[in-house]
Design a protein around this ligand. Structure first.
Ligand code: GDP
Length: 292
């Protein structure tokens, strides 16, 4: 029962207007007959008690609408664990009939990669101002963004937003070089006024139909499944190692030896793997790991 939803990643720094945007876009979508689920992947919630995302009250209208489901960010576990729960929730939502799943994250660290690993299309929200428009763009945005939108394009900010839009579009164009395939468009929008939201959703649909026609959407989902398999195996092996009380002392001693330079990390890793029956012959190449 899974696989039929639009899986849309939405990221942007705190304050860029994600919750306002999702509230407005989500309402448009439910009013057009969609069933919308909103998930959050929040890298801060695992290290500090407060989380940046996932507070239900942030999306006032959508949170009260029966056609939408908003899941607060899981507040425990590693980022990997949070990612795993979000992915499983995404599948559950699809099976339950939600045909649009919005996965929200702050654009920091690994959360961006994690979310891009579970969605079909990735939208990065940006702001104008501070004259540093083009700085953020170097930081891997091109690797993950399928759509870029300059948010808060309302009132006095319309013209600056349009200027930023042109600058980003030119920069993205240059950075892509002549690469074939989907060229991420840059738009402007306002979660507050709703301006640009229809055009933005049209781009999401265009992305879906072009990527589907080219076979790239299917290929992306297949590759995501395979990488998910390996990340579950990685997590499972580590969890199994640390669960076994008999090993804990041994592993702690090994860590100490590595910490103090008494044992090279490579040798220590070989010992751990060998103790799992996964050793390799001396001098053999390590197996090719999952591509990340
Ligand atoms: P988030 O941290 O990314 O979820 O951002 P919020 O949606 O909480 O918005 C942060 C601040 O920006 C709030 O004070 C909002 O009222 C304001 N804001 C959000 N969207 C817009 C918008 O489209 N236009 C304007 N002018 N302000 C906005």
């Amino acid at each position: 029962h899974t696989g039929r939803a639009h899986r849309v990643g939405i990221s942007g720094v705190p304050g860029v207007g994600k919750s306002t945007f999702i509230d407005a876009l989500g309402m448009k979508l439910v009013e057009a007959g969609h069933h919308v689920a909103v998930l959050a992947v929040d890298p801060t919630s695992s290290v500090s008690r407060g989380s940046i995302l996932g507070d239900k009250t942030r999306m006032q209208r959508l949170a009260r609408d029966e056609r939408a489901f908003i899941r607060p960010s899981p507040t425990s576990g590693s980022l990997g664990g949070v990612g795993r729960k979000s992915r499983e929730t995404l599948l559950l939502c699809e099976a339950a009939g939600y045909d649009v799943v919005l996965v929200e994250t702050v654009g920091v660290g690994q959360s961006e990669t994690l979310v891009s690993e579970m969605v079909d299309v990735y939208l990065v929200l940006m702001l104008t101002g501070a004259g540093d428009e083009l700085q953020g763009i170097k930081r891997g945005i091109l690797e993950v963004a399928d759509l870029v939108a300059i948010n808060k394009a309302d009132g006095d900010n319309v013209l600056p937003a349009e200027r930023a839009q042109r600058e980003y579009a030119a920069a993205l164009h240059l950075m892509r070089g002549g690469r074939a395939g989907w060229a991420p468009p840059v738009l402007t929008c306002s979660g507050r006024t709703g301006a640009g939201l229809d055009a933005l959703w049209d781009e999401v649909l265009r992305h879906r139909s072009e990527e589907t026609a080219a076979g790239r959407l299917q290929a992306k989902r297949e590759a995501q499944q395979v990488r998910w398999l390996w990340s579950l195996v990685d997590d499972g092996v580590k969890a199994a190692l640390h669960r076994d009380p008999g090993r804990r002392a041994e592993l702690a001693a090994l860590e100490e030896d590595v910490r103090h330079g008494r044992l090279p990390a490579v040798r220590a890793a070989q010992r751990v793997l060998a103790s799992l029956g996964l050793g390799r012959a001396q001098g053999a190449e390590p197996p090719a790991g999952p591509k990340r």
